[in-house]
Design a protein around this ligand. Structure first.
Ligand code: XMP
Length: 318
């Protein structure tokens, strides 16, 4: 029968056999899948695994430095690349959700390609693809290459996409990935992390993105997520986050009228993200969180809680 330890032993020996002394690049996201894939490959080939962790400027508060420190602590050969300015410049003035996603996807490809070129003689691209991703991409039309545009190869694929692919988790479901991670000693907190979208806070800032809006949302999100942890609610929720709405409303602060931003908090239960129910969080928690946000985050004077399920609503607002 399947056990995580047996999977690790078998996969590590298969990876050694397959890759030999070749070099491999892998993009880390901070998420469970890429982290487990990296640790597995690191066990097999050590320093020949070159991990690249890109800061797109749209991560949670402190996430880039915290996660980078954790990766280094795990002994991974990882390079943190702060490309925040590049992503935010490319996004300036754009409000359309799908165009925002495309801009971020293209910027990531360019940054990753530049970094992969710095690894001399690299032969493989590793990915944290898991079984549900395999199923999804078989049914999707076009595939990733349909939308890719690279400054290196106009009309063709970026160079890293021509590398041989290695995907050690492609037969596993999410819970199996977590068990494999646990058996290799990866921190439980990392393995239990909520899903977070690749485009990050860009699709939680409705309308156009500015560095100021990003930092407002990072503060709001941090208060909400830390609150869930402090109240023992984090692991009862499948995913949570905050949306910065393109709406100002009137408030009052002291003797002054204010006209400031509104944030929506969202917390859902789900098993796969395909359907989701809003979570009935305790009123006392919502009350405390709302007060904290309004008192501590300048520029926000109103907090609402999203009580829509998917379908017909989606988890993200964009
Ligand atoms: P929706 O909003 O479609 O989200 O109900 C379902 C799940 O997918 C995540 N999501 C994304 N993940 N790139 C990603 O990597 C994206 O563009 C994207 N959009 C949504 C979302 O956070 C939820 O977990």
């Amino acid at each position: 029968s399947w056990t995580p330890d047996a999977f690790v032993d078998l996969t590590v020996s298969e990876l050694k056999e397959k890759i030999g002394n070749d070099k491999v690049v892998l993009g880390l996201s901070g998420g469970v899948d890429s982290t487990v894939a990296a640790v597995l490959l690191h066990k097999a080939i050590g320093k020949n695994l070159y991990c690249i962790f890109v800061n797109n400027g749209l991560l949670r508060k402190n996430e880039f430095q915290d996660v980078l420190d954790q990766y280094e602590h795990m002994g991974l050969n990882v390079k943190g690349v702060d490309a925040s300015a590049r992503f935010l410049d490319a996004l300036a003035g754009e409000s359309d959700p799908e165009r925002k996603r495309k801009i971020i996807g293209n910027a990531f490809i360019e940054v990753f390609d530049d970094e992969a070129h710095l690894v001399q003689d690299v032969k493989w691209l590793a990915q944290g693809t898991i079984y549900p991703d395999v199923i999804e991409s078989v049914s999707a039309t076009g595939g990733p290459s349909a939308t890719i545009k690279s400054h290196h190869n106009v009309g063709g694929l970026p160079d890293f996409m021509k590398l041989k692919i290695v995907e050690p988790l492609r037969m596993l479901f999410k819970d199996e990935v977590r068990r494999v991670g646990k058996s290799m000693g990866i921190d439980e907190e990392r393995l239990g992390r909520h899903p977070f979208p690749g485009p990050g806070l860009a699709i939680r800032i409705l309308g156009d993105i500015t560095p100021e809006k990003v930092s407002i949302l990072q503060e709001v999100d941090h208060i909400f997520i830390q609150g869930l942890r402090d109240w023992g609610l984090y692991d009862k929720v499948w995913q949570a986050g905050a949306m910065l709405l393109p709406v100002n409303s009137v408030g009052v602060m002291g003797d002054e009228r204010t006209y400031e931003k509104c944030v929506a908090l969202r917390a859902v239960e789900s098993t796969d993200g395909m359907t989701a129910d809003w979570v009935n969080l305790p009123y006392e928690f919502l009350q405390k969180t709302s007060n904290d946000i309004i008192n501590k985050v300048p520029g926000v004077n109103r907090v609402v809680y999203d009580i829509s399920s998917k379908p017909p609503a989606t988890i993200e607002w964009e």
